[in-house]
Design a protein around this ligand. Structure first.
Ligand SMILES: Cc1cc2nc3c(=O)[nH]c(=O)nc-3n(C[C@H](O)[C@H](O)[C@H](O)COP(=O)(O)OP(=O)(O)OC[C@H]3O[C@@H](n4cnc5c(N)ncnc54)[C@H](O)[C@@H]3O)c2cc1C
Ligand SMILES: *[C@@H]1O[C@H](CO)[C@@H](O)[C@H](O)[C@H]1NC(C)=O
Ligand SMILES: *[C@@H]1O[C@H](CO)[C@@H](O)[C@H](O)[C@H]1NC(C)=O
Ligand SMILES: *[C@@H]1O[C@H](CO)[C@@H](O)[C@H](O)[C@H]1NC(C)=O
Length: 505
């Protein structure tokens, strides 16, 4: 054998060996894990990413979590007279399995979100009013809306059933490279269709009446997402699922999940504001030049920088919310010009003025929640009695007979507005949020993969913004980062997963 041929054979052999470890589906050989991973944002998205990254990459990788505000982000509490109340994300659905799992793993306790009677006001009258008698409610609902409430429930349940497939995919380690691919794997073209259309279009086509949409569906969306029926059908279904029973919260505050996950994942919290990210070539201890990302951040002690193999961005990318500059990327990574709604949470302890919601004289106003229709002059999205994060019982009035009420509004309430809503009040505190996206279908989700090893979680909020959605995006990004690091392309964007996993079990 001539030398040239020998060389050719051996280089083919090398190539074959290399390829084998990269593309063989059964291959278990892994590349050495990354040294350092950064996560930007310590909300539920960032902290659950830390948890899943630790699970996938093992104990040796160093995980830094950057947070410029408080751990918890949009999960936070406000204090009224020594008691804490949820000010941001507050209720969790019984089928939100990641949140459930976190609470169990972290040894936290839960509280049930108490119901209480709900009414819907147009500012002049109550267009719907729940009664404490179940049978009366059913008769009322059928009288006013026929079987539409039942049909709507079934529509939401069908979407939820399909949505639940994500847990099976993720427990088998499958990942998706875009929000659209993820949605498609759950519910096919139907899911992309409802994501692309307004809830109004979808439900009108399904034969729901304008009256039902205005009086029931829109007010529910307004409390959950600050919009009526012009949001996409997917977030609409998430919003409507909030009427299911069994909603819960974390005792002591939902934000405890975030601090718990940080600790459980043995991550390192860095209090500072990330200003820029840039890819640079570095020489590691091994001596090989490696591409890494440099993070420049500002903390109390000045401006610093550090290098990472992988970065997860776990905050909405826009100037108002994160203000991160991506330097010298080609093609450029720009913020996605996503408009987030300004929502103000106000907690008020006092006696409600029921005439603000119905002109009918009432001897007893026993509603615990008032939802608001779109055509009212009222300046709030909703108002309801809340229990403290420690309270596992129905909210109790204090000795003077007053409750703590929570309202959501687009703008900060003026003194006059509070005086209009309450006959008397002794206390009011507020928290402003850039709360959730302003939904405007048809829309496209921002990418999950911003660059080779740079991932973005919050694009999933375009489908729906909720704690569980951020946790799902975090699990997905951890799996995606892991598979891409190890070249396991067959674990990414698999088609027909539902059928495949059905036969596997
Ligand atoms: C009023 C309100 C009510 C809600 N109700 C519910 C509900 O009942 N149920 C539900 O499931 N969801 C609810 N949500 C939505 C839910 O709260 C959010 O979807 C979820 O908390 C988002 O988590 P996240 O980690 O993705 O983002 P965030 O919580 O926003 O976390 C991002 C973090 O990144 C930090 N950060 C940003 N930029 C930088 C930077 N440059 N450097 C360092 N750190 C940075 C921020 O300070 C923040 O802490 C509600 C939201 C609001 C506002
Ligand atoms: C969703 O809308 C976009 C933009 O209008 C369009 O390009 C896309 O084909 C639509 N997708 C589906 C599944 O309807
Ligand atoms: C964004 O950051 C730049 C510097 O990194 C700063 O000059 C600018 O004021 C910041 N903008 C906002 C809205 O915080
Ligand atoms: C209660 O609300 C009604 C209707 O908005 C208003 O006319 C009235 O003045 C309010 N009552 C008090 C005591 O503020």
């Amino acid at each position: 054998m001539s030398r040239a041929v020998g060389e050719r054979v051996s280089s083919l052999l090398v190539l074959w060996l290399l390829l084998g470890s990269w593309v063989c589906p059964g291959s278990t050989e892994l590349r050495a894990p990354p040294d350092k991973i950064a996560i930007i944002g310590a909300g539920i998205g960032g902290t659950s990413a830390a948890y899943y990254l630790r699970q996938k990459f093992g104990k040796d990788v160093k995980i830094d979590v950057y947070e410029r505000g408080e751990v918890g982000g949009r999960l936070a509490t406000l204090t009224v007279q020594g008691q804490e109340y949820e000010a941001g994300g507050s209720v969790i659905h019984p089928l939100n399995l990641h949140m459930k799992r976190f609470v169990k793993d972290l040894g936290l306790s839960t509280v049930q979100s108490s119901g209480g009677l709900v009414g819907v006001s147009n500012g002049e009258a109550l267009v719907f009013e729940e009664s404490s008698w179940l049978i009366i409610n059913i008769i009322k609902l059928i009288w006013q809306y026929g079987f539409q409430p039942l049909r709507l429930h079934m529509w939401v349940e069908d979407i939820f059933d399909k949505f639940m497939r994500i847990y099976r995919y993720q427990s088998h380690d499958y990942a998706f490279s875009s929000v659209e691919n993820l949605l498609h794997s759950l519910g096919g073209d139907d899911f992309l269709g409802i994501f692309n259309q307004t809830l109004l279009e979808t439900l009108q086509k399904a034969g729901f009446s304008g009256k039902f949409l205005d009086e029931m569906v829109a007010p529910i969306n307004r409390v959950n997402y600050g919009q009526g029926t012009d949001l996409n059908g997917f977030v609409g279904a998430v919003s409507l699922a909030c009427t299911d029973s069994g909603l819960w919260a974390v005792e002591g505050g939902n934000k405890l999940v975030c601090s718990g996950l940080l600790q459980a994942s043995k991550s390192n919290l860095i209090s500072g504001s990330v200003m820029s990210i840039e890819e640079k070539t570095r020489t590691k201890q091994t001596g090989n030049p490696t591409k890494m990302y440099e993070i420049v951040y500002r903390s109390g002690s000045g401006t610093h920088s550090d290098f990472y193999d992988i970065i997860i961005v776990a905050t909405p990318l826009n100037q108002k919310m994160s203000n991160i500059t991506f330097l010298n990327f080609d093609p450029p990574i720009e913020e996605f010009h996503q408009y987030y709604q300004h929502i103000v949470t106000t907690l008020i302890k006092g006696k409600l003025n029921s005439t603000a919601f119905t002109s009918r004289a009432l001897d007893k106003f026993d509603l615990h929640t008032v939802l608001i229709t779109g055509n009212s002059d009222l300046f709030i999205n909703s108002i309801g009695i809340v229990s403290s994060v420690k309270d596992n019982n129905d909210p109790q009035p204090s000795t003077d007979g007053t409750y703590v009420w929570k309202t959501f509004s687009q703008k900060t309430l003026t003194k006059e507005q509070i005086l209009k809503l309450f006959l008397s009040h002794e206390y009011a505190v507020k928290q402003q949020w850039l709360a959730y996206p302003r939904y405007k279908p048809p829309e496209k989700s921002p990418p999950i993969i911003l660059h080779d090893r740079l991932y973005y979680l919050n694009g999933i909020e375009r489908a729906a913004s909720a704690m569980e959605m951020s946790a799902i995006a975090a699990h997905n990004a951890a799996l995606l980062a892991y598979h891409r690091w190890n070249g396991h392309t067959h674990m990414i964007d698999q088609e027909d997963l539902y059928e495949k996993l059905k036969t596997e079990l």
